[in-house]
Design a protein around this ligand. Sequence first.
Ligand SMILES: [Fe+2]
Length: 156
Amino acid sequence: MTTNVDLDKAATEAVTKKLNSLLADFHIIYGHLHALHWNLEGRQFFTVHRELETMYQGIAGRIDDMAERILSLGNRPATTFKEYLETSSLEELPSRKYDAGEAATLVLSDLDHQIAAVRDLIATAGEHDDEGTADFGVEMLREFEKQRWFWSAFSG
Ligand SMILES: [Fe+2]
């Protein structure tokens, strides 16, 4: 059986599993970025507060791209927070005060997770000849690697 993208159904299901796993992670990370954006305190507030907003807007865009890629593959994206929490290995962040140093450590830890998960997506897409998803993954990988450099430079 073939789909919109002329890939085997089993191939699209294997890739969709990885995409849905990233979709779950990105929802948790979207929450992390808000927890930090809202609760940040300290002398670097203005810069970091603004940068966190740019990042959560970026992740929101990626969430939509990911869900639409799953639909292009002929499958369905997960839509409930229950599924996201069950699927992702990431924990939510509590609403409390964070300083810029702690925010940077948490963002870097999420970026390491994102980079590893996207590499895994690219590998799975490659194994199944899904160049469209692999290319989407490579584009995200470049963005996250650049963000990792920014935050690591900020941390000194
Ligand atoms: Fe805001």
